[in-house]
Unconditional design. Structure first.
Length: 334
């Protein structure tokens, strides 16, 4: 009886020690902790065209039809210059052309008459040649005047400044009543119907774009899928980066939106924070029947996610692994 009491007392005293020998850990299924490796780079949505509309003729600004922030369609009138002088120039050029055509008709008639008389030798060869020359001179004069009419008509058209593409007026530099000359800026127009995503890719990871599983533009918590259009082969010296352009494959954000380009290069990787080192070997702790089992991971590197070849239902130790050794008894929580 006394021996039994001593045995019970010994077990009672050793029980806390046995409990202390169990290392508390938290485990989670491998399928729940795997992550995708993605890369990121700053990006923003840029228009294909951002043009400063400049005056092509000298004139006074008559009216401004589009102001800052206004959206316009392609071909819409933006600004009108006073075209009075250019309208007069066109009328004068057209009058000169009409006069030249009349002279040509007169020269043609004289040549025809000279040719008829020449058959009966009433007109000398020199006079006939003079008539032919007059016709050629008149024809050349018509060509000169036709060019003058075209130039005058074109200058008149330049007095009406229209939108070359659909866009929004970003800036207005011209004012009604101001005199502008050829080359003076009038309006800045940003294209809104055609745009691309511009990204600055670090040179050391730029080649991974070709093998990316997916790409998207991330901005303010929203994302839009994109596809690579072109990657510049040149490296910008200061930032050691390469420029890349992308097209949106579906809906797209507004022009000027800034954010990040995100592309996935690998799937199903074990996060680097779950990989530990034991005896110069990188691996992971698995839970197996109350014990922690250290499983080496060939090719694992510190600080980098790693590909694992383990059953997806394997229980990975996610907390409490720092003190573990292979074979340690553990108390598990999930």
């Amino acid at each position: 009886m006394r021996f039994e009491k001593l045995l019970i007392l010994a077990l009672w005293l050793l029980a806390p020690l046995a409990a202390k020998a169990l290392t508390p850990v938290t485990v989670q299924a491998l399928s729940e902790v795997l992550v995708d490796l993605d890369r990121r780079a700053p990006a923003d949505v840029r228009p294909l065209n951002d043009a400063v509309m400049a005056a092509e003729v000298a004139a006074v600004v008559s009216t401004v039809h589009a102001d800052v922030g206004q959206t316009v369609a392609a071909g819409e009138l933006l600004l009108q210059l006073d075209d009075t002088d250019y309208l007069l120039n066109l009328k004068q050029a057209e009058a000169n052309l009409a006069s030249s055509k009349a002279r040509k008709a007169e020269a043609d008639a004289k040549l025809s008459r000279a040719m008829e008389l020449g058959q009966n030798q009433y007109v000398s060869a020199d006079e006939l040649q003079e008539r032919e020359t007059s016709v050629m001179v008149a024809a050349a004069r018509i060509q000169v005047d036709e060019v003058a009419v075209s130039m005058a008509r074109r200058n008149l058209e330049k007095c009406s400044v229209t939108a070359p593409f659909a866009g929004v007026v970003a800036k207005r530099m011209a004012h009604v009543g101001s005199y502008v000359i050829n080359g003076n800026p009038l309006l800045q127009l940003t294209q809104t119907d055609k745009f691309e995503l511009d990204a600055e890719i670090p040179a050391n990871i730029a080649d991974s774009l070709d093998s990316a599983d997916s790409m998207y533009f991330l901005s303010r918590g929203e994302q839009w899928p994109v596809e690579l259009l072109r990657l510049s082969p040149s490296i910008e010296n200061q930032r050691r980066s390469r420029r890349a352009r992308f097209a949106f494959t579906g809906t797209a954000p507004s022009v000027g939106r800034s954010g990040e380009l995100v592309w996935k290069v690998e799937k199903g990787l074990l996060p680097s924070n779950l990989v530990v080192r034991r005896d110069d070997v990188m691996g992971v702790f698995l839970h197996d029947s109350g014990s922690a089992v250290f499983t080496p991971l060939p090719g694992a590197q510190e600080g980098r996610p790693v590909v694992v070849d383990l059953p997806l239902n394997s229980e990975i130790v996610i907390r409490g692994r720092d003190r573990l050794q292979d074979g340690d008894a553990v108390s598990v929580s999930r």
